[in-house]
Design a protein. Structure first.
Length: 143
């Protein structure tokens, strides 16, 4: 239900409740294939096409914070679907999603091995991953 008082940037547009219907990306097939490829495609540079993955702007400003997503694919396999994955997550969140980079410019995609997965519940496994990521981030910022 739309609450007009909350339909602002500060209130995250009331969770998009005030939008009647999202317009589809006019050139969706093309825009999916050329999403965040480093080249500006003006036909894809609109909200419905997720701003061409920010290819058409020279200076990027990101929201602060970190969203940790656990994907059960090895990094080499994830690399093959990374662009499509980011675009689909962006469609769900109504924003452009990128992979965070460390201070050396490397993507923060961290593989891990769980030695005894049978004894860990799904919740504790997610906690383990988040703790590991934040511990590394804190160590990098302190060290």
């Amino acid at each position: 239900m739309c609450d007009r008082a909350c339909n602002s940037t500060e209130c995250l547009f009331d969770g998009w409740d005030c939008v009647k219907q999202f317009e589809p990306c006019t050139y969706d097939t093309y825009c999916v294939e050329h999403y965040a490829d480093g080249f500006c495609d003006q036909g894809c540079n609109e909200a419905a096409c997720l701003w061409d993955g920010l290819d058409c702007i020279s200076e990027r400003h990101f929201a602060s914070g970190l969203l940790v997503i656990v994907v059960s694919l090895p990094p080499s396999e994830f690399a093959n679907v990374q662009t499509t994955f980011l675009r689909q997550i962006g469609e769900l969140l109504h924003t452009v999603v990128t992979i965070a980079q460390d201070s050396d410019g490397n993507d923060m995609i961290i593989p891990w091995t769980v030695y005894d997965s049978s004894s860990r519940s799904r919740r504790s496994l997610a906690g383990y991953v988040v703790d590991t990521v934040f511990r590394r981030k804190r160590a990098a910022s302190v060290g």
